[in-house]
Design a protein around this ligand. Structure first.
Ligand code: GUN
Length: 294
């Protein structure tokens, strides 16, 4: 039977470290601050935003919510982002997605100062991940790497398969595994021979968005299986992309849904916010320290 990877416990341990870092910064007079923007009244977004604010409070991070009605114009939202970009007490800016119809999400993401882009969605930060030179990692793939580390998964030289090619999970996930020296395959809806490819994986990451998509015949015996999915089954119950009951009998380690990757995503957001605060202090210091005229 697989070891169940407890995302809540790993998350709690990392949050304690984040709290210590945030407290140390606060003691020096820099209280890390996150601005959370929500536009409209999407119920799922409301839950995510509330959870992010609660997690900030738990870790000693100041959070400020900016709740805008769905009829806000794109220019009004851009103005808010410009104001937050300029505020020294705000180190991270997050605009909860999806935005209501009529907003161009690319325009909004591009407007966030990359140094405050704690989601790592800005093209500048996305490029940094490609080059393995970055300040922030996107929260979900970074959380998956922490979970792999927590169960001492050997990554170098192993076969990793990522099912899903989204910009915020599948693609960066594949790059992080590649940077950790795995041999990586990305699969998607048009992949031929998906079952066979998945069965070759020592590390299988499912980020498809379909309940029970990964069945036990797609899992190599002894594989580590990470389930990024967040779906509702036919009874409305939260479930991942992996058929958990079947996978548990084949995998060596497996994340549950809920309680696996989910808590890690928010934890990595907190970590990025503290990193942003530290980087902004260093940059400010460098500017001050630079001799006049050079
Ligand atoms: N909507 C769903 N997940 C996310 C996330 O990680 N960041 C933002 N900004 N919006 C989301």
């Amino acid at each position: 039977m697989a070891v169940i990877i407890d995302g809540k416990a790993v998350s709690q341990r990392i949050r304690e470290e984040i709290r210590q870092e945030a407290d140390a910064l606060t003691a020096k007079g820099i209280h890390p601050g996150l601005a959370v923007i929500i536009v409209g009244d999407d119920p799922a977004s409301r839950i995510y935003v509330n959870n992010k604010k609660k997690a900030c409070a738990q870790c000693g991070i100041h959070s400020e919510e900016f709740s805008l009605s769905a009829d806000t114009t794109e220019n009004e939202l851009l103005e808010l982002i410009h104001t937050l970009n300029a505020r020294q007490d705000i180190n991270g800016i997050l605009c909860q997605l999806p935005l209501p119809r009529g907003f161009n999400e690319d325009v909004i993401i591009n407007a966030i100062d990359p140094k405050k882009d704690v989601d790592a969605f800005h093209p500048g930060n996305v490029g940094g991940i490609m080059l393995n030179k970055y300040s922030f990692l996107p929260c979900t793939p970074a959380g998956v790497m922490e979970l792999l580390k927590a169960v001492n998964t050997q990554i170098a030289g192993k076969r990793a398969v990522v099912v899903g090619r989204s910009n915020i999970v599948g693609k960066p996930m594949a790059l992080l595994l590649l940077h950790a020296d795995a041999t990586v395959t990305i699969c998607h809806s048009k992949t031929a021979g998906l079952t066979q490819i998945c069965r070759e994986a020592d590390i299988l990451v499912a980020a498809v968005g379909r309940a029970n998509f990964i069945t036990s015949d797609m899992i190599k015996p002894g594989a580590v299986v990470i389930d990024v999915g967040m779906n509702r089954d036919e009874n409305g119950k939260l479930c991942g992309d992996v058929d958990f009951a079947a996978a548990e009998k084949v995998a060596s380690a497996l994340t549950p849904v809920p309680g696996g990757v989910g808590p890690m995503t928010i934890t990595m957001l907190l970590k990025n916010t503290v990193t942003a605060a530290k980087n902004q202090i260093e940059n400010a210091g460098a500017r001050v320290a630079r001799p006049v005229g050079i």
